[in-house]
Every structure is written in structure tokens, then in C-alpha cells.
Write a protein that binds this ligand. Structure first.
Ligand code: OOG
Ligand code: NI
Length: 452
């Protein structure tokens, strides 16, 4: 019996999820069309970028979603998601404490880990666990626990297929099809709440996110995010396309050597829901987001990024994106913006490879730096595959509504999160470091072979 690869399963699942979401949130289709148009134009205007993406085999996947997000309420839900995603080759990477920004969750990103897996399909899901202990009212906390204990967000066939996949080490094409359909059920939107209007209001009062997680039968996918090649253009064009973007783009400013991740989103429309008592109401949960990714930073580079970002956050925040970007750009002049400096100062991660036209003669005992300068060894940026807590908080907040209020910050609780997850999250820095080191080792082995 032959099984689908995890990457095949991941591709099938993400495209099914995308189709379902486009159907549920029509504005999301508009966003995809806009991003597609901007990407095509950018490729026309920047032949170098076009060539680089083509050489890396990234063009066919440009239109695919890069990530989505869900929020769950209890440990058993998170642990089961972990098993489901593992079957699709997605593993928990990174711990994000959003309580520092007044959002009562902590999170991880389930994503492919190996370079080759990311290349085949980079889809990932930012997954948050509600921190019930941050609900202030004890009676409401009990009610929340009870609500959660009464729901099961996974279908029976899905649970059986998960066990089957784990036991036999994969799924046949036929079982995979069922797996995708059953898994979709977990991510589907429900327009009926599991509580009365009164209870919904009480939970909403605590925090919008608490109502979103607790009052429905499942953790509806709340956004999907395609990759854009020019986020500034998309932000500027959104209003013309009838989409209202959040005020400012999150993350670093535009740069010659893009770093980390820049994101923006649109706020979803209010959606009609029906409560247990049959009364009607509205809920905002679902939105659309776009992202533009740059190079992964080392701990040293990340510390500099955090320092500069904090510096910008300590200034009065402009709600005008053009001005905000200008402020950021001024502050970020302190962050080197050429590959040679970024690499030599150990601020960012790079992948090394021997150039095709390197010959024995060129390689006679020169240092690595020498060979890089002479173009014998090529260095390519390693793309950042993770998320940014401050940016994520900005995305959360822009989609919670204007009357949103923050809860007190709790302590970061990675251990509690991992206990709920059933395993440890991987350290993203270690993954990038390992990728860089492996490429360097391979390069050195090839060099030695050539020199012999
Ligand atoms: C997740 C928000 C974070 C991102 O891209 O940083 C996020 C959520 O709203 O559930 O998706
Ligand atoms: Ni997102």
C-alpha cells in the first residue's frame, strides 16, 4: 500500500481550506485577486526578483497561502491538533506569549521544518490556546470550562483516521481524501452560537477573543494569508478594491534587504449569528491578511530588531501608514542593509553553495571569505518562516473591534503550553542555525573534494 507524503497531504488540505474560506468570506477572494495582480506587476517591474524566484523554484507556489490561524480553548484540543498537523508534516515551532499585549492567549506555529518540505508546500497554522486563568470573574471562568468540556471539535471519523495514520505511518489517497474532508469540519464557520445572547455578551465583556473561542462549536479558521511581493502596494490599493485595511503595516519597514516579516490585514465584516435563545446577533472574527517575508535573523539580529522596534513604539504612534513607515525607516537606518554586513556581523542567516563555475584552479587555498568575494561560493538569504509577537498582537487587535479592552498581562507560560500540547515546541533559531551550518558543511566538503 502506498501512502501520500506529508507534503501532498498538506497541499490538499490547504487548498481545500482555501476553497472553503473563499466561499465563506467573499472579500478574501478579492484580496487574493489584488495580491495576484500586484505580484504579477512586481515581477514585470523587477526582472532580478523574477529571475531569483524562478531559480529557487518559487514561482509556481507564489499564489498559495502561506498561513492561516485558529484559536482553541482547551489542552485536549491543542494536543489533538498537534497530532493532526504532524500527519501533514507540520510541527510546533516557537512559543508566542500574546498576554504581554493584552491578548489572553499563547501560541505556536505548526509548520514544515525541513527546507525541502517548506519548498514543497510552506503552509502553516498559527495556533493559539486561550488562557482561561486570565478570565477575571470566577463564575464566568467556571461557565467557560463547562462550555469547553461539552464540545468536541473533531469528528469521529477524523479521530479514527488520525489513529490509523499514526499506526500505519501514512494514509492512502482514498483515506487522505476523507481525512481532508473530515479535518475541514473542525475549521468550518458556524453561524449558530452555543450560548444565549446574554452569556455571549458577558463573555464578550471579558474580552472579545474569549467569546470568539468559547461560544461556537468549533475553532473556525479566522484568516488565511497569501504572500505578496509588494506589501506597500497592496496596502495602498486595498481601499480602491473595496477593502478596508488596518491602519499600518506591522513589522520592519521596507528595505533593500528585507528582514523577518511584514504583515497587514483587513477587518472582516460583522457576520450574523443566532444564539441559543434564537435571538439574532453579530460576530466579527474572520478577516484576511497578507504577508511579505524577508531574511531570518540570528539572536543578535533579532535583539537589534526588538530594540529598534521598541524605540519606534516608544514614540507617538502615527495611524497614517506613510508617516509610520517613514518613522520606522528613520529608526531602522541603524540596521545594516546589505548582505555582506548582515552576514559578517552575524545578524542574519545565510545558505552557502559552491558556484557552478568554480574550478580547481580558482579554489587554491583561499579562505571562505575570499571565495565568497570572488563569487566562487554563493550566499543566499534564508527566509524567515515564523511569526512576530508584537506584529501578531497588532493583527489580533485590529480584528477584535474598537471596543476591545486588554486584560492584565499574565506570566509567559511556555511549560504550561507545552504540557497542553503534549510535546515541546522547537526553537526557531536552532532550526535556522542548523540549516546554515549544514549548507556550510556541504560546501566545505565539496571544496575539499575539488582541491584534491
Ligand atoms: C492570530 C493572529 C496572529 C499573525 O500572522 O501574526 C497571526 C489570530 O488572530 O488568531 O496570524
Ligand atoms: Ni496571520
Amino acid at each position: 500500500m502506498s501512502y501520500l507524503t506529508p507534503a501532498q497531504l498538506r497541499s490538499r488540505f490547504s487548498s481545500a481550506l482555501s476553497a472553503m474560506y473563499r466561499d465563506e468570506v467573499p472579500q478574501y477572494q478579492t484580496l487574493l485577486d489584488l495580491v495576484e495582480q500586484v505580484n504579477q506587476k512586481t515581477l514585470q517591474q523587477q526582472p532580478d526578483l523574477h529571475q531569483a524566484l524562478a531559480a529557487r523554484g518559487e514561482l509556481p507556489r507564489l499564489a498559495l497561502e502561506r498561513h492561516g490561524a485558529i484559536r482553541v480553548g482547551q489542552a485536549s484540543e491543542l494536543a489533538m491538533l498537534c497530532r493532526i498537523f504532524r500527519i501533514m508534516g507540520m510541527h510546533p515551532v516557537g512559543y508566542y506569549d500574546l498576554s504581554v499585549a493584552g491578548v489572553p492567549v499563547h501560541s505556536t506555529a505548526f509548520r514544515p521544518i525541513e527546507a525541502d518540505e517548506l519548498k514543497q508546500n510552506p503552509f502553516r497554522i498559527f495556533t493559539s490556546l486561550l488562557r482561561l486563568e486570565l478570565i477575571e470573574d470566577p463564575a464566568l471562568q467556571d461557565f467557560a470550562t463547562e462550555l469547553l468540556s461539552q464540545r468536541d471539535i473533531f469528528t469521529e471519523p477524523l479521530k479514527q483516521l488520525v489513529v490509523q495514520a499514526e499506526q500505519q505511518g501514512g494514509l492512502s489517497a482514498e483515506d487522505a481524501e476523507r481525512f481532508v474532508l473530515e479535518a475541514l469540519e473542525t475549521f468550518r464557520w458556524h453561524d449558530t452560537a452555543t450560548v444565549t445572547a446574554e452569556r455571549y455578551q458577558a463573555l464578550l465583556q471579558q474580552h472579545r477573543l474569549i467569546a470568539d473561542v468559547l461560544c461556537f462549536r468549533g475553532p473556525h479558521i479566522n484568516h488565511l494569508t497569501p504572500r505578496t511581493l509588494d506589501i506597500d502596494a497592496v496596502q495602498r490599493l486595498m481601499p480602491e478594491w473595496g477593502i478596508t485595511p488596518k491602519a499600518v503595516i506591522e513589522g520592519p519597514p521596507a528595505r533593500h534587504c528585507p528582514i523577518l516579516l511584514r504583515q497587514t490585514s483587513f477587518r472582516a465584516l460583522e457576520e450574523p449569528i443566532r444564539f441559543l435563545d434564537q435571538s439574532q446577533g453579530q460576530h466579527t472574527a474572520r478577516f484576511g491578511e497578507i504577508e511579505q517575508r524577508g531574511i531570518a535573523l540570528t539572536p543578535k539580529g533579532r535583539a537589534l530588531y526588538d530594540q529598534l522596534l521598541n524605540q519606534s513604539l516608544s514614540q507617538p504612534q502615527s495611524q497614517d501608514n506613510v508617516r509610520h513607515q517613514q518613522q520606522l525607516a528613520d529608526i531602522f537606518t541603524a540596521f545594516p542593509d546589505d548582505d555582506t554586513t548582515l552576514r559578517r556581523e552575524g545578524l542574519a542567516y545565510y545558505q552557502y553553495r559552491l558556484s557552478h563555475d568554480a574550478t580547481k584552479k580558482d579554489l587554491s587555498d583561499h579562505s571562505l571569505e575570499h571565495l565568497i568575494e570572488a563569487g566562487m561560493v554563493q550566499v543566499d538569504p534564508i527566509t524567515y518562516e515564523d511569526f512576530l509577537p508584537v506584529s501578531a498582537a497588532g493583527i489580533f487587535q485590529s480584528n477584535l473591534g474598537d471596543d476591545d479592552r486588554s486584560l492584565n498581562a499574565g506570566q509567559a507560560h511556555q511549560q504550561a503550553f507545552e504540557a497542553a500540547l503534549g510535546c515541546q515546541v522547537q526553537d526557531p533559531f536552532k532550526l535556522y542555525e542548523a540549516q546554515q551550518q549544514a549548507s556550510l558543511n556541504a560546501c566545505l566538503v565539496q571544496l575539499q573534494a575539488l582541491r584534491r
